[in-house]
Design a protein around this ligand. Structure first.
Ligand SMILES: [Mg+2]
Length: 227
């Protein structure tokens, strides 16, 4: 039976968090704080990121803001122009958006699109997410692409309404318990949880292991055995 498959993008179709992690590693080295160790510095940065995500959303621009604020908090003065330039150099990988597809994604989507309706639902900065989608070459597999600020249960209910989805035949597929699995289930959709080894700490949450409407897969191409 034809199903509606709704895909997350970052860390489900292509690597994303691991790129941020590489930049953060270099950034912590560059900070070279005299008294705080890496874990302590990371905890400060995580706090700043959490606060900024709530107010400003997600994406590279907000991340750069967090890197600046972390310098300011540690040095108790704003980042200098030179430090600003160094931060931009550290984040070069992110600013230039080189897309690294997760293995098997392109072929699997091609197969699935022949049998099912495919939607894309990603959160973040509108322009940045659109640029990544364009660069991925995957756009043509999806009948609709939605870029939203945040993924709450309400976001999924709106999607159900807009596309007249039958929740029993619709599946949210993603790596994030907090943004993909938990709110989709709250909205009555089924879900497919495909964890990524690198998932941002702010995306962690608990997936109920007894919930039989959540399919747990370890690799993207395994979708072909179920749909
Ligand atoms: Mg994701």
């Amino acid at each position: 039976m034809r199903q509606t498959l709704i895909f997350d993008a970052d860390d489900t179709l292509w690597e994303n968090n691991v790129v941020f992690e590489r930049v953060i590693d270099d950034y912590l080295d560059w900070l070279a704080h005299p008294t705080l160790d890496r874990a302590e510095l990371r905890a400060i940065l995580d706090d700043i990121e959490r606060a900024n995500a709530a107010v400003h959303g997600y994406g590279t621009k907000v991340f750069l803001r967090s890197l600046h604020e972390c310098v300011a908090r540690l040095r108790q003065r704003p980042a200098t122009e030179q430090e600003g330039r160094q931060i931009l150099e550290l984040a070069d990988q992110l600013i230039n958006h080189r897309i690294e597809l997760i293995p098997g994604v392109a072929d699997t989507l091609g197969d699935l699109a022949a049998r099912h309706e495919l939607l894309l639902l990603t959160k973040g900065d509108q322009e940045e997410q659109q640029r990544k989608i364009d660069a991925s070459g995957l756009d043509h597999h999806f009948s609709h692409v939605h870029i939203v600020r945040e993924k709450h249960a309400g976001t999924y209910l709106e999607l159900v309404e807009e596309h007249s989805l039958r929740p029993a035949h619709a599946w949210m597929i993603g790596n994030s318990p907090k943004s993909d699995i938990v709110p989709a289930r709250q909205a009555g959709l089924n879900a497919v949880f495909i964890p990524n080894e690198s998932t941002w700490v702010l995306e962690h949450d608990v997936v109920d292991p007894a919930d039989d409407r959540v399919l747990h897969l370890s690799r993207f191409p395994e979708l072909l055995s179920h749909f």
